[in-house]
Write a protein that binds this ligand. Structure first.
Ligand SMILES: Nc1nc2c(ncn2[C@@H]2O[C@H](COP(=O)(O)OP(=O)(O)OP(=O)(O)O)[C@@H](O)[C@H]2O)c(=O)[nH]1
Ligand SMILES: [Mg+2]
Length: 502
């Protein structure tokens, strides 16, 4: 018998009626059991809805992987340009400093090559004379000998003097833009451990999602001492660097268009025009007081990624998905207002140790492999062929068990440079003997390399998954926009499948 305290109104309300018959009691207990069941079903429904909501809100996670200078950051910029226009416009002016840096580096590189060629000749003894045998080293360290007559004049000596201020400005810009403004070069084994460790340490660290911007903002707001621009100039981002560039504009052009310089450069295997962040053809436009970087300039600008940069953006309204007729239906607005988080990593060898920490829960990996680099070597390790390094990296990524469920999209990038090399007659077979007697043209080479990547993908993936590949030149923003619309749908499809929402 249940005892009820008359002092407790709640207990009293819930207690069975007095003098309850066995039939009444059984009916009451049945009703209570049903009410309990209904309540539990409602609780479960709420729980499921909460899970679904959480899944729905889960951001799309994309990693950009590939060796240094493969085009990861340039791909990210294309995503921003297409799908995060506000961010893009906000950052536009900030890129000017990086483009200045790139242009100054280009000019100084050409000047150094000229200087090296001049120093080979005994100019003190024979002013205005010629060099008969030049031993000019390529940017990748390869020394080549030529028996060409170079006719140096006072103009060349003057250029060396007149362009000297660029060196001071470069040091200043590098200081202000941080370690990303310098490439990582091979560290000589004779260097002390501490030096090597310091170089390595600079590779690590997570930057904010506005890493570049915060550095560049700082640059704009802190002009050089003694070189204070007027408020009007500051508004236009004008500072001491701009002044030096304006002052050196004609000499930079004169250097770049000089016939002797052209002659020296023509003997180099690697073309300076194909190098990262090349702007010497745009001096007129860039060395101008009211220069504003164009979209293409920003995508072409080179600033090495240090550590990892996390970029988050919401898919903006008005960006409908270009839906394919693939098996599973997808709502055309499926990713409106959805957050995308893209991780852009440094790709140098020492920087890659950081990647694995971000492998959990990845929806898609966009792997960049520069297809034009079959005849190049890594800056950080001159013994390693770039293509071989890319294939090794690809193997590691494809075979990772943690990434077994991730979708991997391969961008065989820098097809424009490959095409130029094919037109120049660079022989693939000289660097990739297995290419054998195949036709040395762009299409054949593209297909050949693609097959290699595909074979590795198939043999190394822990479980079968589809192979997605795009031939890209990501500095071509128009063509890349088309590629990205396909990639976007594919990424979203994968994300929804991972979240079991389709
Ligand atoms: N011509 C040409 N240049 C490209 C292409 N893709 C990228 N670049 C340029 O190559 C340079 C290197 O590209 P990034 O995007 O900085 O390379 P990354 O993979 O981010 O390199 P790290 O940050 O060092 O890992 C930049 O100046 C790009 O503009 C391409 O398809 N064609
Ligand atoms: Mg980068």
């Amino acid at each position: 018998m249940v005892r009820v305290s008359l002092d407790d109104p709640l207990a009293l309300a819930l207690s069975p009626p007095p003098n309850e018959t066995p039939e009444q009691r059984s009916a009451r207990e049945q009703a209570e059991a049903e009410a309990r069941k209904t309540s539990e079903a409602i609780d479960e429904q709420i729980r499921q809805e909460k899970i679904a909501l959480k899944k729905k809100k889960k951001p799309v996670k994309i990693l950009l992987l590939g060796q240094s200078e493969s085009g990861k950051s340039a791909t990210l910029k294309n995503f921003q340009l297409q799908y995060a226009k506000d961010q893009w416009l906000e950052e536009r002016l900030a890129w000017r400093a990086v483009i200045y840096l790139n242009l100054i580096k280009n000019a100084l590189q050409v000047l150094d090559i000229l200087q090296q060629a001049m120093s080979q000749t005994n100019k003190d003894k024979y002013p205005s004379t010629s060099l008969t045998t030049a031993d000019i080293s390529d940017s990748d360290g390869e020394h080549r000998s030529h028996t060409t007559v170079y006719r140096f004049t006072d103009k060349h000596r003057l250029l060396k003097l007149r362009l000297a201020p660029l060196r001071t400005v470069l040091v200043d810009l590098e200081k202000r833009l941080g370690p990303g403004s310098q490439e990582v070069h091979a560290i000589s084994r004779s260097l002390s451990d501490s030096t090597e460790n310091r170089a390595r340490q600079r590779e690590f660290g997570v930057s904010s999602n506005n890493g570049w911007k915060s550095i560049l903002d700082k640059l704009r707001s802190t002009p050089e001492p003694g070189n204070r621009p007027s408020s009007k100039q500051r508004e236009a981002g004008h500072d001491g660097v701009t002044d030096v560039l304006l002052g050196c504009k004609d000499d930079m052009k004169s250097l770049w268009h000089d016939p002797v310089v052209k002659q020296i450069l023509s003997h180099r295997r690697s073309k300076i025009e194909d190098a990262s962040g090349f702007f010497l053809d745009d001096v007129d436009r860039i060395a101008s007081p009211d220069y504003e970087p164009a979209d293409d300039d920003i995508v072409r600008a080179r600033l090495r990624t240090v550590g990892v940069q996390e970029h988050s953006f919401m898919m903006e309204a008005g960006q409908s998905l270009a839906l394919s007729t693939e098996s599973l239906p997808l709502d055309a607005n499926a990713d409106r207002g959805r957050e995308w988080i893209m991780y852009d990593f440094g790709g140098t060898r020492s920087a890659r140790a950081l990647w694995a920490a971000f492998f959990d829960d990845v929806d898609t990996i966009i792997f960049l492999a520069p297809i034009s680099c079959f005849d190049e070597r890594l800056r950080e390790d001159q013994d390693v062929n770039r293509l071989e390094d890319s294939l090794q990296l690809w193997r590691i990524v494809c075979s990772s068990p943690v990434l077994a469920k991730a979708q991997i999209i391969l961008f065989l990038n820098k097809c424009d440079i490959l095409h130029k090399k094919m037109k120049r007659g660079v022989s693939v077979r000289d660097y990739v003997p297995s290419f054998a007697d195949r036709k040395n043209d762009t299409m054949t080479v593209m297909k050949y390399f693609q097959q290699h990547f595909k074979d590795l993908f198939k043999s190394c993936s822990p479980e079968p998954r589809p192979f997605f590949v795009h031939f890209t030149s990501v500095i071509d923003t128009k063509a890349t926009a088309t590629t990205l619309s396909v990639v976007r749908e594919s990424v979203l499809r994968q994300h929804l499948q991972n979240a079991r929402l389709i």
